[in-house]
Design a binder for this molecule. Structure first.
Ligand code: PLP
Length: 360
């Protein structure tokens, strides 16, 4: 069997322990005589899987009782529409544009109401997080929207924006469960799980109860109404059952590792190793402002497209995969999510050192 160090931005590396457990249970889940993939979502066994997953997530993030946890489908991209459809009561929303995903979310929301781009870092190719301490938040804004960790550019909000009392909505797809979070600061936190939590196909939305209403924009489909899923405990229709099962295993793994405080320390240690190397390298260069660096996605370049391509190719041959940068930015990007072991980053840095010696 071959396992590589997989630096993919998503779908991405999962804890090996989780994959092994799932493999062990593949044909017979705990004496049920069937796989979770073959099981009714209305069965007792699945009820226990989804209820345990929700409780473990609540424990990990300290989710208060007045927030619902929803397991949804449609990818994070579907939330770009679902959010305005459900929350734009005044038909006004403020968006902070720090990358392609926030930009896409803003463009989608503008189909449903007035979208104000109250801050942006597009002037410098999204290489920083703008100062969000005193933004011109619209008095009528139904919410302020951020993409908390920018997967493509490798920036992260280290401080949440001052929303001046308005509801904060955050896409946390690429920093989900990477560090502790104060859920009470948000009205809605959501993310596709395929980066830090599980397999593609599940979106988790954590939403404050007062935001879950029947008062949605006219024409909003039943399936795109948060209330539908909240009222049915995420079982209105067939949920992405196998994906939820794997997420549940990842939650257990995170608890066993010591929870989100410990994950934060581990993630900081891993990211430091790579950033420290980049900061002294004569060949490679990090592309974002130091204060805004993400712990999860680390983009870097050599300055030469040819050398970048050579690096990606040779790294792959050395068992370090998916280091090519996003198709819109080029260069390289190492995604070092929770499940990437420290040894993986050590191997990457050792390879970069060798490459630098050979190519400088
Ligand atoms: C921060 C962020 N938001 C949204 C998306 C879109 O996710 P999906 O492909 O699940 O629609 C991505 C995907 O990479 C992402 O990184």
């Amino acid at each position: 069997m071959k396992r590589v160090y997989n630096f993919s931005a998503g779908p991405a590396v999962l804890p090996e322990e989780v994959l092994r457990e799932a493999a062990d249970e593949m044909l017979d889940y705990k004496g049920c005589g069937m796989s979770v993939m073959e099981m009714s979502h209305r069965s007792k066994a699945f009820a226990e899987i989804i209820e345990t997953a929700e409780q473990d997530l609540r424990d990990l993030m300290g989710i208060p009782d007045n927030y619902k946890v929803l397991f949804l489908q449609g990818g994070a991209s579907q939330q770009f529409a679902m959010i305005p459809m459900n929350l734009m009561k005044n038909k006004v929303a403020d968006y902070i544009v720090t990358g392609q995903w926030a930009k896409k979310a803003a463009a989608e929301a503008s189909k449903y109401g007035k979208v104000n781009k109250i801050a942006s870092s597009e002037d410098k190719t999204f290489s920083y997080i703008p100062d969000c301490s005193d933004l011109p938040v619209d008095e009528d804004a139904d919410y302020v929207y951020i993409c908390e960790n920018n997967t493509i550019y490798g920036t992260k909000f280290k401080e949440l924006p001052n929303t001046k009392g308005k509801t904060l909505v955050a896409d946390v797809s690429s920093c989900f469960l990477s560090e502790p979070v104060d859920v009470t600061k948000y009205g809605l936190i959501y993310g596709g799980v395929q980066k830090n939590v599980g397999p593609a196909g599940v979106v988790i939305a954590i939403i404050r109860e007062d935001l879950i209403t029947e008062d949605v924009l006219p024409g909003t489909p039943t399936m795109l109404t948060y209330k539908t899923h909240a009222d049915a405990g995420s079982l209105y229709n067939t949920p992405p059952a196998y994906g939820i099962y794997i997420c549940g295993k990842v939650f257990k793994w995170l608890k066993k590792m010591g929870g989100l405080e410990v994950m934060k320390e581990r993630n900081e240690k891993k990211a430091k190793l790579l950033y420290d190397y980049l900061d002294q390298s004569k060949l490679f260069k990090g592309t974002v402002e130091k204060k805004d660096r993400s712990l999860m996605n680390v983009p870097f370049v050599t300055g030469s497209d040819e050398l970048d391509a050579k690096f990606v190719k040779e790294a792959k041959e050395a068992g370090l995969e998916n280091l090519k940068g996003h198709r819109t930015v080029g260069g390289m990007r190492a995604s070092i999510y929770n499940a990437m072991p420290y040894e993986g980053v050590e191997a990457l840095v050792a390879f970069m050192k060798k490459f630098e010696e050979e190519n400088l």
